[in-house]
Design a binder for this molecule. Sequence first.
Ligand code: CO
Length: 134
Amino acid sequence: MIGRLNHVAIAVPDLMAAADQYRNTFGANVGAPQDEPDHGVTVVFIELPNTKIELLAPLGVASPIRGFLEKNPAGGIHHICYEVDDILVARDHLQASGARVLGSGEPKIGAHGKPVLFLHPKDFNGCLVELEQT
Ligand code: CO
């Protein structure tokens, strides 16, 4: 069911410092910051030859990554995103297998303009999983 790794997301305390590090130290192709008010984050995408890195910083007081950064003040891997062909088929299959979908269970539009869902980390080895329909 799952397809390619779409991105690995890293929560960072200083978005511009992290973007500069990837640009200058790694020589990576770093995009412009994008505010995602529906998700409570500002993101910077880094294009790698085979996948992307998503740098995440909190946007707004209710940002879902504030708690993560309180526990991990230096930053850390926040989630991984797998591609699926049909997000509703994937969701129904996963829920039938006992996995919990976060939020309302209905897909939201993610940072790439495509439908996304998040799966409970306790059901996936402690790793928050994002599914993106491609
Ligand atoms: Co993501």
